[in-house]
Design a protein around this ligand. Structure first.
Ligand code: BV8
Length: 253
């Protein structure tokens, strides 16, 4: 894929060529203004807990109650959160770009879906899903997992959050890689770039010729890797960028 030409119609710094295929990666920062705490900001999720105590298979084996309570509490909190203008903007983007847009989220909340996005890959799993450690079946969470509800398929009371912990293989990597290699523009929203392999996606996209954009409240660990950086709260910078992307696409049609 040829790199974007200087003359291509563009938005701000974003240069689109040909197909305008987009991959958007989101992190906890896109849900921050919905009241869902991030991980590494002050007062974040990791402040109260050590990752090793709540987000690894070893932690679950050692102290399942602490881990189940940690995720039950987050699931309860997310139920009271609403999608914010950044989530709604990405749904508007999907309404225009359709299959030319893939949203990959590191988040385990359902705010993208409640905001109207349909094409979402939850590479780190989902709070609202459980996985049976006896038969492997995935199912929707219908009660706090600390109550040990039965697996809908095998009846065993051995459900864990269907969430990807540190040391576990993220979901959807093949499809994500395919989309990164084919995209014209890669956008990272509200992620610190602290966790792999998500933190490396910008390099995969850039190596394949994509224009890369970071939309974040502040500089992240991977800011230097992007062609274009816009700092500000997601509820401001994401709708702005989406409006420009839609205008650019409409101007080309
Ligand atoms: C794996 C689910 C094998 C659980 C999470 C190199 C290659 C591959 C792996 C590794 C590697 N080096 C190290 C590893 C191992 C490890 C890892 O990355 N460790 C780190 C700590 C060094 N990775 C793994 O174990 C992964 N699995 O490697 O499998 C493999 C090997 C090769 C290739 C493939 C596979 C699994 C990692 C998944 C762990 N699970 N979440 C849960 O949610 O409880 S990670 C968790 O932290 C999140 O899901 C998220 O992905 C991650 C990072 O969090 P962010 O979303 O970025 O949030 P954070 O708080 O950090 O930052 C918030 C950002 O928002 C900030 O930038 C802030 O400025 C911004 N912000 C704040 N407010 C706003 C805002 N922006 C805009 N507006 C605002 N209002």
């Amino acid at each position: 894929m040829p790199p974007p030409e200087a003359g291509d119609a563009g938005i701000g710094g974003t240069r689109f060529n040909g197909g305008m295929r987009l991959v958007v990666l989101t992190g906890a920062g896109i849900s921050a203004e919905s009241g869902v705490p991030t991980f590494r900001d002050a007062g974040g999720l990791w402040d109260g807990h050590r990752v090793e105590d709540v987000a690894t298979p070893e932690a679950f084996a050692r102290d399942p109650e602490t881990v189940l309570r940690f995720y039950d509490a987050r699931r309860h909190a997310v139920a009271f959160a609403d999608p914010n203008p950044a989530h709604l903007a990405l749904a508007r983007l999907e309404a225009v770009f359709g299959e030319d847009l893939l949203v990959v989220t590191q988040n385990i909340d359902d705010l993208h879906e409640r905001g109207g996005s349909r094409r979402v890959v939850h590479m780190h799993g989902e709070l609202l899903r459980a996985r049976c450690t006896a038969c492997g079946a995935a199912s929707s969470v219908t009660a706090p997992l600390i109550e040990r509800p039965p697996c809908p398929r095998c009846g065993e009371r051995m459900l864990r959050p269907d969430v990807v912990w540190f040391g576990e293989m993220p979901y959807g990597l093949e499809a994500i890689d395919e989309a990164l290699l084919a995209c014209d523009v890669f956008v990272a929203i509200g992620t610190s770039g602290a966790v792999h392999p998500a933190a490396g996606f910008v390099m995969t996209a850039a190596a394949a010729g994509a224009h890369t954009v970071e939309l974040n409240l502040a500089a992240s660990e991977i800011t230097p890797l992007f062609d274009e950086v816009r700092h500000g709260p997601a509820t401001i910078v994401v709708p702005q960028w989406v409006d420009e992307a839609i205008a650019t696409r409409s101007a080309r049609e």
